[in-house]
Design a protein around this ligand. Sequence first.
Ligand SMILES: Cc1cc2nc3c(=O)[nH]c(=O)nc-3n(C[C@H](O)[C@H](O)[C@H](O)COP(=O)(O)OP(=O)(O)OC[C@H]3O[C@@H](n4cnc5c(N)ncnc54)[C@H](O)[C@@H]3O)c2cc1C
Length: 468
Amino acid sequence: MITAQLADLIGDEQVSADAEVLAAHRFDRWCLKHWQDWLGEAMDAPACVVRPRNSADVQSVVRFAAENNVSIVPWGLGSGVCGGIEPRPDQILVDMKAMNQVLSIDEDNLLLTVQAGVNGLVAEEAVAELGLTIGHWPQSIGISSVGGWISTRASGQFSTAYGNIEDIVYAIEMVLPDGELVTLGKAPRAAAGPDLRHLALGAEGTHGVITSVTLSLRRQPEMRRFSAWYCADMALGFRAQREIVQQDWRPPVMRQYDASEVNRLFPDYMQDEQCLILLVHEGPTSRVAAEILAVESIMAGMGLNPADAAAAEGWMSHRNTVPEWRDLLEQGLIADTIEVSGTWSQIDAIYCDVIAALKTVHDCVNASAHSSHVYRSGINLYFTFACMPKDASVMGDRYLESWDRALTATAEAGGGIAHHHGSGRLRRDYLHHDLGENGLGLLRKIKQAIDPHAILNPGNLLPPIEAD
Ligand SMILES: Cc1cc2nc3c(=O)[nH]c(=O)nc-3n(C[C@H](O)[C@H](O)[C@H](O)COP(=O)(O)OP(=O)(O)OC[C@H]3O[C@@H](n4cnc5c(N)ncnc54)[C@H](O)[C@@H]3O)c2cc1C
């Protein structure tokens, strides 16, 4: 019924209720869902999948949903890892894949405008041909959409110099839950009231459907160089990284691996159980040369020894290769990564407490971390855990317990519980740690004002309100 009505609105070819298509859109890359699927558990699929071609199609679909009190779930490229997409059988899934056009590249003002469903790598390659770059390199660049980047407040691997997506976005066009179209962001900077782009950034499909995005570009760097350093422990490495950024040097990439990760990911460079810091230096030749000298001086002054720069170059070429959840499950492992952040004063405790907390979970066989995004006031940590229970049916419990212990330990140490993967259904019960109860209440009021009938991705991002 819904399928036929939607086909009338935006065309037969744009709407599908084919069983395979529905099955392919049941969940994103949240590990827990892949485990359930691997166990053979039945999972809900949406009523239908619609593929709008332009903003007008999206408006038609959203208006239809509002008039018929049906809710919709936006799908970018489905690479989210927090359960932001879990459509019910009475919901419409809006797959943005057909909105994949590069609309304009303005070389004078360094602006790129794309339809929101465009693959990130396709967008990057379009501007690379002109000697430009978006400068946003999430590990998932080839499997995620630009609209998805905005929706999840994504971070790229080069963020230390180029910023996260909120620093790169210029304008956002979005269809609101009543079908109205808004364009948020007009000038290079504005003091025209609150920055309404932030209603889309991180909303995870709960405030509207993003239809096009303008990003601010940069010219490709004149020079790129690599360096690498050993440090005796994580605390020393954090102090060295703090000194580098607080002296105002900005290597776009600074990644610090603990000894366990060096052993697993860079075995050829393992030395005396030391931690490893990898740097990529980019920019005008003279600045890169000056930065390398400055970093050498800081590192030597703090007692860090140089490692082979080939370690950083090797990371660069293999950086986006990751195992599929199913392959790990087949090996008896349930695993995930947890990204959090803290100030320089908090980060040592966060590192030690979260590793200790993860190790208390039954069947934990790995708890390790690296840092990858650096700020003047602090840094992120990206924990990896793996559990290997004999009984596959308890993997989900081990998984959720690991997340609970890691986020609770982070919050107790004063850190932020979500650096860049978003909230989804995985983190929604922990959001109060970052927003505070009043902040959470404010977010609910904003949602209620924008989407009073809960048309857009209900159940995502915000924790359900408990019945009295
Ligand atoms: C191997 C791997 C590596 C990753 N590396 C990184 C990384 O380095 N940095 C990082 O930040 N993230 C990373 N991620 C997470 C993920 O890729 C990002 O969250 C990405 O931004 C999601 O984009 P997507 O298009 O796949 O969104 P989806 O997964 O399709 O959707 C994510 C959320 O946004 C909503 N949404 C999507 N498109 C729209 C739209 N047009 N309008 C409104 N709502 C929308 C969805 O409803 C959902 O709630 C990684 C994931 C994987 C699997």
